[in-house]
Design a binder for this molecule. Sequence first.
Ligand SMILES: Nc1ncnc2c1ncn2[C@@H]1O[C@H](COP(=O)(O)OP(=O)(O)OP(=O)(O)O)[C@@H](O)[C@H]1O
Ligand SMILES: C[C@@](O)(CCOP(=O)(O)OP(=O)(O)O)CC(=O)O
Length: 392
Amino acid sequence: MFIETCIAPVNIALIKYWGKRDEELILPINDSLSVTLSTDEMCAKTTAAAASSFKRHIMWLNGEEVPFEQNPRAMRCLKEIQQLALAKEQLKFPIEWKLHIVSRNNFPTAAGLASSAAGYACLVYALAHLYGVQKEELTAIARQGSGSACRSLYGGFVRWHMGKSNDGTDSIALPVAPCEHWQDLHVLILVVNDARKKTSSTKGMQLAVETSDLIKYRAQYCVPQRTAAIVDAIKKHDFAKLAEITMRDSNQFHAIALDTYPPCVYMNDVSHAIVEFVHAFNKAVGEVKLAYTFDAGPNACLYLLERDVSIVLAAIKNSFPNDAEQSVEYVKGIPIACDIGENNGFNGNATLPINNKNLFKYIIHTRIGKGPQRLGKSESLLDSSNGLPLNN
Ligand SMILES: Nc1ncnc2c1ncn2[C@@H]1O[C@H](COP(=O)(O)OP(=O)(O)OP(=O)(O)O)[C@@H](O)[C@H]1O
Ligand SMILES: C[C@@](O)(CCOP(=O)(O)OP(=O)(O)O)CC(=O)O
């Protein structure tokens, strides 16, 4: 039996991917740019195994068997990797051998926390190692699992170039800067709801391309300018600029969701209260120290610098008090010493339109991080004696 185990990170876009020009090859209508988050707090972990005794391809995700042979996106990723392996003419095992794949996410799946990005990046990375083709260009393959997955194959800041060709060969992700470039870039994810979302990103962007007028304007005029400006802000460590562009792009993406007919509503009242909080906080401290961005769901991803984490967290706790606040489970991830009195004159947001108690389920504190990693045999999720998932 041949076995490989890998982990891959989540990435959260600063400039959003929204809209495809080819549904099957997953070719986007605009470039996008993201920050890869540290695998210490959030990651997908996948073991892929091949053996002559396996009867069919089987995948288990978070302990449950999920369709693999019936999943065209997963099968496309597998076929592409197999083709690369065949082209090398150095097969480690016969190409007909079936696979058993076991994957786990250590954070909620399909809840707007980019599980498909980490998941497909991890699948492709693990398969590439299994078939011995890891040196090839993998982002164009991961893209065909889920568009945003192509950006999770690199650490740091990553740009997915939309490309021009119809076969998608130039629609690839490339690194803009490694995580070491901006080590003190931290992230707070305010989890408002971790249930499965109503309209998937796939469906939402398809409807938007079909019905929204605004989406064309964004793709043609706004994204090219914004992408160039944010790359410049990253190079110069200009946090205020990066923050402003990120917030504007998130707002415009959700405006497009509303411009879709019928509209897609991803943010809720709590999300809007967070937006108001961030602007009020930045105003109170007289500087743009905090940025929000929302994917296709109500959860907020806040970007900030390490030195501001404790003051921001204190302000969050003041503005959004939570009965679970004292529990170690409330703020997960990188530990923070947070002094509730340390709020730099920011005494909460008096104009919040809703009852502001217990609005977040929990908060994840993480930072910019590296790309996928290959793990040793002891980290396997699969029992090599029977080819079935381990209960670890
Ligand atoms: N570890 C994994 N390995 C392989 N596939 C995965 C993995 N995790 C998630 N997926 C796939 O991604 C799907 C969830 O994607 P979906 O886009 O609905 O949610 P999300 O990625 O959490 O949210 P968003 O893309 O809006 O941030 C799952 O149903 C599954 O098909
Ligand atoms: C809002 C987003 O997170 C959308 C992600 O969409 P997906 O990559 O999940 O969509 P598919 O390509 O159809 O699988 C923005 C982003 O990550 O850029």
